[in-house]
Design a protein around this ligand. Structure first.
Ligand SMILES: Nc1nc2c(c(=O)[nH]1)N[C@H]1C(S)=C(S)[C@@H](COP(=O)(O)O)O[C@H]1N2
Ligand SMILES: [Mo]
Length: 315
């Protein structure tokens, strides 16, 4: 519980959540005092025991990787609580074996399969991406996963598939943060079909060459590197191709602050946080903040997707 005090919650947490959080902390206190907290201490792995061999990322060494320790102990995963240490401390409660993911909706060939079958169907590969959170911090993470477009091609989207909706898990008995209704569970997200088909968009099943830790979204999570971190939904159970723009969990919670596109954009501030600079997790708190790059540094690859759009309106 001490970790909650290090950073003033009002600096990092949306207001409505900050207020709800007092109740949440009260509830959490009851749970913690009645259970053996120390047993959930470590990084935990799940359904997949190990990953098959994979192609390594080409851009090894361009940017210093964030340490495994930081990647697995400073997380946002509100299903397990709102503090950065909650996912590390509580995600082990989640049972992820068996775990199937279904791809449905406007598709000619719907598919439902286990994650271990999925990685036999489509070869996994490593991708080193920056992850930029709307709260103003960032990491550099060596993910292992499959390009989402490879999976979407297998289900043959039909003509009226315009968007892709992603649905996470709702299981409050194991996801103890879901005992609080601060968000409309299950967590959902969405992409336009062309964003989902972009070669940079992946479904991650591992990091640092190993099976994905539960606090990072095991067994399978989305990673869209040019968008704010909240788009990269964890613990996916369902992918639905749809005609209308899905309303994501964060849009429902606060549509003035969280838009559908959520492209990293240093020129468009969040109402309560500047997006011009960022702090790289693991660097000294005294180190100068880095300048946030347009589309998180992936401008060359993705700017064409938004040609002619007013990005301050479609934030
Ligand atoms: N299901 C789910 N997915 C989620 C979140 C969450 O609370 N629930 N938080 C998001 C946010 S705000 C960020 S910044 C990233 C953090 O990913 P990481 O903990 O692996 O660094 O996960 C995103 N995916
Ligand atoms: Mo975030």
């Amino acid at each position: 519980m001490t970790n909650m005090k290090k950073i003033p919650a009002s600096d990092i947490t949306p207001e409505h959540i900050y207020n709800d959080r007092r109740n949440f902390i009260k509830n959490l206190g009851l749970i913690l005092s009645s259970s053996a907290l120390s047993t959930f201490a470590n990084t935990s792995f799940g359904a997949l025991n190990s990953l098959p061999s994979f192609a390594q990322a080409k851009n090894h060494g361009n940017e210093k990787l964030t340490s495994l320790k930081d990647i697995t102990s400073y997380n946002n995963y509100y299903e397990f609580g709102t503090s950065k240490s909650d996912p590390h401390d509580h995600a082990d409660l989640l049972k992820i074996d068996p775990w199937s993911i279904s791809i449905e909706g406007s598709v000619a060939k719907p598919l439902k399969l286990d994650v271990d079958e999925l990685i036999k169907l489509i070869p996994i590969e490593e991708r080193i991406y920056r992850l930029r959170c709307v709260e103003g911090w960032s990491m550099v993470i060596p993910w292992v996963g499959i390009p989402l477009h490879s999976l979407l091609k297998k289900v043959s989207p039909t003509g009226n598939a315009k968007y892709v909706e992603f649905v996470s898990l709702k299981r409050p008995s194991e996801m103890i943060g879901q005992k609080d209704d601060m968000l409309d569970w299950p967590y959902t997200e969405g992409l336009r079909l062309d964003e989902a088909m972009h070669p940079l968009t992946i479904l991650a099943v591992g990091l640092y060459g190993k099976v994905l830790p539960k606090q990072n979204g095991a067994p399978i999570r989305l990673v869209v590197p040019w968008k704010y971190g909240f788009k990269s939904i964890k613990a996916i159970t369902k992918i639905r191709l749809v005609e209308k723009m899905p309303v994501s969990t964060w849009m429902k919670a606060n549509s003035k602050e969280y838009g559908f596109f959520a492209n990293v954009n240093p020129e468009v501030d969040h109402p309560r946080w500047s997006q011009a600079t960022e702090r790289r997790i693991g660097e000294s708190l005294l180190a100068p903040r880095l300048k946030t790059e347009m589309f998180n540094g992936y401008q060359k690859e993705v700017a064409h997707l938004y040609q002619g759009m007013d990005l301050s309106r479609y934030f």
